[in-house]
Write a protein of this length. Structure first.
Ligand SMILES: [Zn+2]
Length: 166
């Protein structure tokens, strides 16, 4: 079962990152499933939400994250908000159990036609899950065909570069 990443990482595997200066690497499959999920939600005029699963690795420049899978479950959503349905948490754990990766490294959600950013509510959600300084947030806008990645430090959002890996 993947665990939420924390500021103090215990055992992280040493492996040199594929591209220097970047801390977030996302598999093509993850982008495909996030996009498909967002487009499905968009058809019903609903935002969607899920968790990013992967691995925390380290090299000489510090730690970095590879996102290898996603997990989601039943959602309570409309066109401006989304959350996991309370009765679907077990489903979410089952979804995570079958995931490729050993950590919950971030989360994703969609915006419908308003572009990609982290709202005040999004920042609260991010800090609520990961704390003020770790974890990544992917925001996808299927209406505008945009995707952006963010991290938070001291509870403030920052756009971060992301490399999509085959
Ligand atoms: Zn949002």
């Amino acid at each position: 079962m993947p665990k939420i990443i924390a500021s103090e990482q215990s055992e992280t595997e040493f492996r040199t990152r594929p591209v220097r200066g970047v801390s977030l690497f996302v598999s093509e499959g993850v982008i495909a499933s996030v996009t498909a999920h967002a487009e499905m939600g968009c058809l019903e005029n609903k935002e969607i939400l899920g968790l990013l699963i992967g691995n925390v690795l380290r090299d000489d420049a510090g730690t970095y994250v590879k996102v290898t899978d996603t997990a989601t479950s039943g959602l309570d959503a409309d066109e401006i908000s989304v959350r996991f349905r309370k009765d679907s948490i077990e489903e979410l754990f089952i979804s995570m159990d079958g995931c490729d990766g050993d950590a919950i490294v971030g989360w994703y959600h969609s915006h419908l036609g308003i572009g990609c950013y982290l709202s005040d509510v999004d920042i609260k959600t991010h800090v609520g899950i990961f704390g003020a300084d770790v974890g990544y947030a992917l925001v996808i806008d299927p209406v505008e065909s945009k995707l952006a990645s963010f991290s938070c430090s001291d509870g403030r959002p920052h756009a971060v570069p992301m490399i999509i890996m085959t």
